[in-house]
Design a protein around this ligand. Sequence first.
Ligand code: GDP
Ligand code: CA
Length: 306
Amino acid sequence: MIVALAGGVGGAKLAAGLARVLPPEDLVIAVNTGDDFEHLGLHVAPDLDTVMYTLAGIANTETGWGRANETWSFMEALEEFGGPTWFRLGDRDLATNVERTRRLRAGDTLSDVTRDLCARLRVRHAVVPMSDDPVRTVVHSDHGAIEFQHYFVRDRCVPRVQRLEYRGAESARPSPALRAALDRCSGVVFCPSNPYLSIAPILAVPGVRDAIDARALAVSPIIAGRAVKGPAAKIMRELGVEPSALAVARHYRGVVRALVIDRADATLAPAIEAFGIRAVVEDTLMTDDAARERLARACVATLERT
Ligand code: GDP
Ligand code: CA
């Protein structure tokens, strides 16, 4: 049984590959909730929804968030009223958030709600929040302290990052399903999600890092010194780290025993292995379902071997 740690887009792609390779009883996908926020009175959980929609086969692959075949009547009406429109919620996506919020207010946990939403969307593999307790990523920047979605969506990642805070993490507990999965799994896969914005909040939940106990394998989100998408490379630079698969290895030192790097970075393998991390060279750009599945198979095979 394998636990996959995932953020949004990069995480969802490999999680979908793993779901094609492993039966439902052998995979638990634990998702970052540091991106969650309260918006329009709703509990919005962007990474959980990206993973859920991707596994359900209804994700909007052009935007990288939200659902395919979306309509925007709600957003248009909200705009007429002069309401906040910087964070886009399509009509169908809105239903997800309204229903989640209704259930949370009725006293259900985020784990309960996520399980039931996934079941309704016929997602067969377990998608679980990292925690049912609130953890909120705050970006400390040259523009001050900014809530994560404001930094990411409203400010388009323009502010220079000085420090990241996973507010609430110190008193959060892993979700029951993540805790149980970490107890009995044979390996952990860090999807090629943003190490600072997606994986770090999960590792910041007390008990998670210790339970992993160096049984993990990570896939580098950095290929040839660049992020495939998003601000990972920019943030690394702002934190004084030259972005590369080697820097990812240094970042995960002591937590992972293997790092999957792209063929484009094959020359970095010896330097990565000098950290005591096994370097596995693969095609890591997941351009289609077949590529996702190939990379997932390579991850599972490496965990079985190491
Ligand atoms: P977000 O929450 O939507 O920002 O998504 P994640 O944190 O899960 O993923 C963002 C990271 O995924 C970025 O740093 C990208 O470089 C990485 N990424 C996206 N697609 C791919 C891919 O096909 N291969 C690899 N190796 N990384 C990817
Ligand atoms: Ca995210």
